[in-house]
Write a protein that binds this ligand. Structure first.
Ligand code: J2J
Length: 539
């Protein structure tokens, strides 16, 4: 474990997790080789007309690993992966694992501000993106990153690189027949396998270090609870770099079970329903805003969803009444998923009754997940009472990557992660998410760090003070609204959006509305009183 960059698990706990079989000492490169041996001719991946068997995926990952090695990538190097849903994402991910290089997951909606932070914080040496996606050209972004961060010297584009000097085409690397690596330096299972971006609450983005051991555990236990097997067909609707889609059980959980991953290139219900019928999809994962769209499209078009057995919904609170419509209308069982990139995953179970499935966010997937629900004093509250969720376990990090003192706020001295989520625990161990104490807005599953956006808003000409708050929204659960104290005429939301776009801030973080106020209401300790601001809108 790399003690210098991130705090690993204490030796005693690590020994316990190994002895219990949660950690199995296998890297993702080794795991893929094993799956390829067991499931060789079965279909691993479907993306449009492309179908890859396990043997194909294994071969492609080997070939790409060699080509990347020939371009200078080595064990431990960090690589920002900014690809939307496509087969190449999976091939690249495993090629990096084979080398012991570390994918840093960027979300498709991220822009220069977020991706720049990822490069800076991780010290990435390479960037991989598409040429264009969702009307955004990634090549100027890659060029800007390369100019800004001298350590970033390898740019790989999935698509056209004509006119972009020094950029490599991913297709060329995939087709290359590089010589076998002369002196391989394979990673160990306790090594860093990937870095995920935290939803954040402090204005500084935090990177989440996940190891082969812990991330494989995350995917395997999720897959077992979802009863995945070789006949499982998973539709990747949400972005594949998202922890939910990747490992809960997601892409990795399905592959370890010998099933098939079907790539949805866009999240629309029309695309999803076409793929479900064509590929006989058995399991899919959604965030709450997509659920009403699926229910509506289903009512209007009566698609063939007869193969769909399980619909996972998570990343934000699913309304109980919407939850209750899922099984009767779509014919698939609902599973609520309350997870976090830092680790802990809660799932409702096949044996749970409908009330539990529709009104709770599940319970931890591992018997060694430790959960505490604490009040303001830090003392545990009784079951049924609301408190902050703290957690520790075999796949929950003990600290962020290169975060130093920040880790003292985010974790207790004895290693519990402070989730910032307010929950109630039922006697059955199921958790109900009732709110949060972190300064974050959850826009239908997309997390917005209020402090980070406020920093940008404060730079808008004439803005004297800025506060971003989440206000209730029928479609997204909540949406960001900016309260501004301005010197002169306050800007319209559209102008603020253009300003943030110019600064390279992802679109989902832009405020839906801008409200001018004379001054900010303050709490007793002199902080901006966000509850009072929200109340002005809802009263
Ligand atoms: C309420 N809030 C929820 C839920 C997450 C699976 C599923 C989701 C994520 C994820 C993930 C919620 N109800 N069902 O990584 O593997 C909020 C909580 C939590 C935060 C984590 C996975 N499910 N949340 O959403 O790292 O506030 O991970 O702490 O993006 O999302 O966000 P993130």
């Amino acid at each position: 474990m790399d003690g210098a960059d991130w705090p690993g698990w204490p030796v005693e706990d690590a020994r316990r997790y190994r002895a219990a079989g949660w950690w199995r000492g296998e890297t993702f490169g080794e795991l893929l080789s094993g799956w390829a041996a067991r499931f060789a001719g079965r279909t691993a991946l479907v993306d449009g007309d492309t179908r890859l068997t396990y043997a194909d995926l294994d071969r492609a990952a080997h070939r790409l690993a060699r080509a990347l090695h020939a371009r200078g990538l080595r064990r431990g190097d960090r690589v920002v992966v900014h690809l939307p849903n496509r087969a190449e994402f999976v091939t690249l991910w495993f090629a990096l694992q084979r080398l012991g290089a570390v994918p840093v997951h960027a979300m498709p909606g991220h822009r220069r501000s977020e991706v720049g932070h990822l490069v800076e914080r991780s010290g990435a040496v390479a960037y991989v993106g598409p040429d264009r996606h969702a009307r955004f050209d990634h090549r100027p972004l890659a060029a800007e990153l390369r100019a800004a961060y001298p350590g970033l010297d390898l740019v790989i584009i999935d698509g056209d690189v004509t006119g972009w000097d020094g950029f490599h085409r991913l297709a060329d690397l995939l087709a290359a027949d590089a010589a076998p690596i002369a002196e391989p330096d394979p990673p160990a299972a306790g090594d860093l396998a990937l870095l995920l971006l935290s939803g954040g609450t402090t204005g500084t983005p935090k990177l989440i270090p996940r190891t082969h051991d812990d991330y494989a555990c995350n995917a395997r236990l999720s897959a077992e609870i979802c009863e995945l097997g070789p006949d499982s067909v998973y539709l990747a609707v949400l972005p594949m770099p998202f922890n939910f889609t990747m490992a809960c059980p997601g892409v990795l959980g399905v592959l370890q079970a010998g099933g098939t991953v079907v790539v949805a290139r866009d999240p629309s219900p029309a695309t999803a329903f076409r793929l479900i019928a064509r590929e006989r999809v058995t399991i899919a994962a959604l965030n709450p805003p997509l659920v009403p769209l699926w229910l509506q499209e289903n009512a209007e078009t009566a698609p063939d969803l007869s193969s769909l057995r399980l619909l996972q919904v998570g990343a934000a609170r699913l309304a109980d009444d919407v939850a209750r419509r899922i099984e009767p209308e779509l014919g698939a069982r609902l599973q609520q998923v309350f997870g976090m990139a830092e680790g802990l995953i809660n799932l409702t179970r096949p044996e749970d009754g409908p009330d539990t499935v529709c009104t709770t966010q599940g319970r931890p997937i591992c018997p060694d997940d430790e959960v505490r629900v604490v009040g303001e004093s830090g003392a545990d509250v009784p079951d049924g009472e609301v408190g902050e969720l703290l957690t520790r376990g075999p796949y929950t990090i003990r600290g962020y990557y290169r975060a130093g003192a920040v880790n003292r706020e985010g974790f207790t001295a004895d290693g519990f992660y402070r989730t910032g989520d307010q929950v109630r625990r039922l006697p059955s161990g199921h958790l109900v998410v009732v709110g949060r104490i972190k300064d974050q807005i959850n826009r239908g599953g997309e997390k917005i760090d209020a402090t980070e956006v406020e920093g940008h808003l404060a730079a808008y000409p004439g803005v004297l003070a800025a506060a971003l708050v989440g206000v209730p929204d029928a479609d997204f659960g909540e949406k960001p609204v900016a309260f501004l104290v301005c010197d002169g005429t306050p800007p319209a939301a559209r102008a603020v959006g253009a300003f943030l776009r110019e600064r390279g801030v992802a679109g989902y973080k832009h405020p839906d509305r801008v409200i001018a106020v004379e001054s900010m209401p303050l709490t007793a300790v002199g902080k901006i009183d966000k509850k009072a601001l929200t109340a002005t809108l809802t009263s």
